[in-house]
Design a protein around this ligand. Structure first.
Ligand code: GRF
Length: 192
């Protein structure tokens, strides 16, 4: 278990593949006094990830590992994280699945945010699935990452009501807003 030592914050990396709105909120949270983490590195599998702009904006180191050969990329990430003393990984819209070996070898904590009320709607297109399924509620989940996709132990969830007017698009927008708060609350929960 990673523990806070003195006034040092837990060195953290965020993995992204897309817009990085969760990343942005995590960075803002990390700069508050109550945050147990500092974000020292942003990792992406693609240089096209829009969220990489936050690396420049907030002067955080960024690294791309292309995952063309996932074994090699994972190996290089582990070497790099060790070098940088990073022991906490937050996945935020990262579109690659990390192997069991990676999770074991890393040894620290890895968490993920998923836009559904897990165990419902694992994988992609969660909002479409919720609408098609005529669900009454949607939401988001922060969970530990295990070798099975979207199946690790749940840390926190936020539930919202689906209105009859909701489309997958409107629902995605509503849920994303909740995600931004839930991610930092979950980190506080883990380390308190
Ligand atoms: C979020 O809905 C997250 O739950 C999912 O991918 C989306 C990423 O959004 N895993 P963003 O890149 O943080 O804006």
């Amino acid at each position: 278990m990673v523990k806070l030592t003195g006034f040092n914050k837990i060195k953290t990396t965020v993995f992204i593949s897309g817009n990085g709105s969760n990343l942005k909120h995590l960075i803002k949270f990390s700069k508050t006094k109550k945050s147990p983490i500092s974000i020292d590195l942003i990792i992406s599998n693609t240089s096209k990830a829009k969220g990489l702009r936050y690396a420049n904006q907030f002067k955080i180191k960024k690294k791309i590992f292309n995952f063309k050969d996932s074994k090699i990329s994972e190996k290089n990430i582990l070497i790099y994280l060790k070098k940088k003393n990073i022991n906490f990984i937050c996945l935020a819209g990262f579109m690659k699945i990390l192997s069991k070996k990676f999770i074991e070898k890393f040894g620290g904590i890895i968490i993920n945010i998923h836009p559904s009320l897990l165990p419902k709607h694992k994988g992609l297109n969660t909002h479409e699935k919720a609408i098609i399924n005529k669900d009454k509620f949607a939401g988001c989940t922060v969970h530990y990452v295990s070798e099975k996709l979207d199946s690790g132990r749940i840390i926190m969830q936020k539930k919202i009501k689906i209105s009859v007017k909701d489309t997958s698009h409107s629902l995605a927008k509503k849920v994303l807003k909740k995600e931004h708060k839930l991610y930092s609350s979950s980190i506080l929960k883990i380390f308190s």
